[in-house]
Design a protein. Structure first.
Length: 247
């Protein structure tokens, strides 16, 4: 079986809203969205019933530290055993002296707590490194991981010529509420570009898609030729043509 990778859009709330963030159209189109505990329970249930084991599950957003179910959601996913690595991706701005006890509990529920480094979160990162820098996961690896995200690629306004079939650098499925998408970035591209149909072969309910459709290889084959891919920064052929801007 191929490796299964999943990104969960935990919430549409964000305390940065970077100008060139590729998820920004999705966040604006889904104000005050939060993944529910029932939806997490369903993911765990259907994954177990279908014998799907995720190589990793990435908790993204928006900003996952603003997810109103972050403590219970991470605990359920971590204890379920449905993934080898549970990763929380954050901008770290919610890490303060007043939230350290909450962050500690979240750290106990993930394999990796990944902070993107920006120009305005150095104090938050310093605090995290001071209090959590020595924590190790079950693989004896540091739980805290700081990565440089100082720049964003500027998404194209027009399709990039000769970029299909795509060279995709993003192999993860995407979960939004009770829907599972075969491609995560395409959600925002479809929202931003109203001429694209909301293609049903790219998403569906857990109850039908996990059992019958989501993991068929021909869906991924279809995506390599999807017109929206010519707008996507996860397409290496597109990315190499783009400029960067400060995040």
């Amino acid at each position: 079986m191929k490796k299964l990778e999943l990104s969960i859009k935990t919430t549409s709330l964000c305390n940065r809203m970077c100008k060139h963030c590729t998820v920004r159209p999705w966040m604006k189109a889904n104000p005050n969205f939060h993944t529910s505990i029932e939806q997490i329970d369903n993911l765990i249930k259907y994954s177990k019933e279908s014998n799907y084991h995720w190589e990793y599950i990435l908790l993204s957003g928006g900003e996952p530290l603003l997810w109103n179910n972050v403590l219970e959601g991470t605990r359920l996913l971590y204890e379920s055993g449905i993934c080898s690595r549970l990763i929380l991706l954050t901008n770290g701005l919610a890490i303060t002296t007043n939230t350290l006890s909450k962050i500690q509990k979240i750290m106990e529920n993930v394999h990796e707590f990944r902070i993107s480094r920006y120009k305005d979160n150095s104090e938050n990162i310093k605090l995290a490194e001071e209090y959590f820098g020595k924590l190790r996961n079950k693989y004896d690896m540091p739980i805290l991981n700081v990565v440089d995200r100082g720049e964003h690629l500027i998404p194209p306004e027009e399709p990039v010529a000769d970029s299909l079939p795509t060279e995709c650098t993003c192999k993860a499925y995407a979960m939004h509420g009770d829907k599972m998408w075969a491609c995560g970035p395409i959600q925002s591209i479809i929202i931003k570009n109203s001429q694209f149909p909301n293609s049903h072969h790219l998403w569906g309910q857990h109850s039908t898609v996990i059992d019958k459709k989501l993991f068929f290889d021909d869906i991924n084959d279809d995506l390599t030729h999807h017109f929206a891919c010519s707008y996507c920064i996860s397409n290496a052929k597109v990315a190499k043509t783009l400029k960067k801007a400060e995040a």
